[in-house]
Design a protein around this ligand. Structure first.
Ligand SMILES: NC(=O)C1=CN([C@@H]2O[C@H](COP(=O)(O)OP(=O)(O)OC[C@H]3O[C@@H](n4cnc5c(N)ncnc54)[C@H](O)[C@@H]3O)[C@@H](O)[C@H]2O)C=CC1
Ligand SMILES: O=C(O)[C@H]1O[C@H](OP(=O)(O)OP(=O)(O)OC[C@H]2O[C@@H](n3ccc(=O)[nH]c3=O)[C@H](O)[C@@H]2O)[C@H](O)[C@@H](O)[C@@H]1O
Length: 437
């Protein structure tokens, strides 16, 4: 099939590349000229494991191309995907200007039947709004489909190639048939495609993200309680996770959920509910708890240093909002850095992939190191904000010689408690026994 993808961010580029991988002809459009030029020159603009191999293969075989020319992309495409930003607007609700603006631009270019697929996360009723934009500007027949994306950054290629499910919201049989054909190669193992109406499909996406954010937040509260009552959250996590009704995944406590989606989507759903005079109380509690959880590590630190960290220097492992990505949107590490600086401390950080993105926004407010050991030089303590695999089994002998204070505040519970006692560390993690000197 001939496909156009509008927007080449984490979702658009993965979608375009993975659709090309099953033989489709995909043209990707972006308004960011520098980014498009990079891709034309053969460079993947984001760090996403496994993407580069597929990207280069499909370009080489002529199935994947990039342009800034929307007209060129729309001309031949049977299906047009919109993978555009839906950031929080001034009032916190999803800003639909990218989607509705692109819909208007596309509507002026269509001359034959097209399926317009919305992959972005959008409030209920957006498909109707997009349909209305087309009606206003063209008489050409089009169908608008809601097809939310459930991929996770860091494993995006796998998630797209083997999705747990595909959700397609449309009342059009014609569009449904085309979408079923397009997705058939991705559901060969029997994972379902759910066809539903547009509104249910749009809400499914917000419900999924909000449920997962709630699950994490629940565990963060259990972790906080564990510390108070002297229980161990790792044991509790295993104890409840083995019940199939609860499930093992997304039960890891830490320093709050971050990323470009959970924070904005939970907020957008709560605000959308408010707009319909429905007080979505759980989501409001989730947001409040998550806000506090982001500074839990700094609170521990301040307690340890009796409220005074002025002049202290801290090493930070991890900047990305999660491992295996260079994405720092709403990364808990950024909140930690902010709090440390506000309290008069200095920070040196190391992250395997996200340092350039942080440099671009923080400049020289903090310093950066070449590796996870150099960053420990002159540090009063080490803070851990992201659970990159490379941090899980460090060379403690080497660490001991640099981090002479042997003090670690770990927001991701990387190390075994007994091991840290044996190694003689002060090791303060989340929801587990506090280790004192
Ligand atoms: N990042 C993720 O893991 C996931 C994101 N989503 C949703 O997908 C949507 C996109 O998210 P991301 O890919 O993370 O965004 P992103 O910010 O990484 O990428 C958006 C891209 O769209 C481009 N763009 C903006 N306006 C344009 C226009 N008029 N024409 C062409 N290109 C334009 C930007 O230059 C940028 O490259 C959002 O609604 C998000 O909530 C859904 C699932 C996963
Ligand atoms: O809509 C989206 O953008 C995507 O949002 C999340 O994916 P993503 O943000 O890439 O990352 P997750 O792995 O879900 O992690 C989100 C945050 O929750 C935190 N988290 C996750 C799991 C856990 O057990 N504990 C925990 O604190 C992570 O550290 C991270 O800050 C969803 O998992 C995807 O299904 C969805 O498509």
């Amino acid at each position: 099939m001939k496909i156009a993808v509008i927007g080449t961010g984490y979702v658009g580029l993965v979608t375009g590349t993975c659709l090309a991988e099953t033989g489709n002809n995909v043209i990707c459009v972006d308004i960011n000229e520098a980014k498009v030029q990079k891709m034309i020159d053969g460079e993947v603009p984001i760090y996403e494991p496994g993407l580069d191999v597929l990207f280069h293969r499909n370009i080489a075989q002529g199935r994947l191309s990039f342009t800034t020319d929307l007209a060129l992309a729309v001309k031949e495409a049977q299906i047009i995907f919109m993978a555009l930003p839906t950031p929080p607007g001034g009032d916190g609700a999803a800003d639909l200007s990218y989607i509705l603006g692109a819909a208007k631009d596309i509507s002026k270019l269509v001359t034959t039947y097209k399926v317009i697929v919305n992959k972005s996360t959008v409030p209920v009723g957006t498909a109707d709004k997009v349909q209305a934009v087309f009606k206003e500007h063209t008489t050409v027949e089009i169908d608008v489909v809601s097809n939310p994306e459930f991929l996770r950054e860091g494993v995006a290629v796998d998630d797209f190639m083997k999705p747990d499910r595909v959700v397609i919201g449309t009342k059009s049989e014609k569009a449904q048939k085309l979408m079923a054909e397009l997705y058939a190669p991705y559901v060969r193992q029997g994972n379902p495609i759910f066809f539903m109406d547009e509104r249910s499909s749009e809400l499914t996406k917000y419900a999924a993200n909000s449920f997962l954010a709630t699950k994490i937040t629940f565990m963060n509260e259990i972790a906080n309680l564990c510390e108070i009552v002297g229980a161990d959250v790792d044991a509790v996590r295993k104890g409840i996770g083995s019940d199939d009704r609860i499930g093992k995944r997304f039960l890891f406590p830490g320093i709050g959920y971050g990323g470009s989606c959970f924070p904005k989507d939970v907020q957008a759903l709560a605000i959308a509910a408010d707009a319909h005079q429905y007080d979505f109380q759980i989501l409001k509690a989730v947001m409040n708890v998550n806000e506090k959880q982001k500074t839990v590590l700094v609170d521990k630190l301040l307690k340890y240093y009796k409220g005074d960290i002025k002049g202290k220097h801290f090493a930070l492992w991890g900047l990305a909002f999660k491992p295996e990505t260079d994405d720092i949107r709403e990364a808990p590490a950024l909140y930690i850095i902010d709090e440390l600086i506000k309290n008069g401390a200095t920070v040196s950080a190391f992250d395997p992939e996200a340092m350039n993105n942080v440099k671009a926004i923080l400049g020289d407010k903090i310093s950066f190191a070449e590796n996870q050991y150099d960053v420990l030089q002159n540090a009063d303590a080490l803070l851990i904000a992201t659970e990159w695999s490379v941090f899980r089994n460090p060379d403690f002998e080497k660490m001991d010689s640099i981090l002479t204070n042997k003090t670690i505040f770990d927001g991701r519970n990387l190390f075994d408690l007994q091991k840290m006692i044996d190694l003689g560390y002060y090791y303060n993690s989340v929801g587990r026994r506090l280790i004192t000197e």
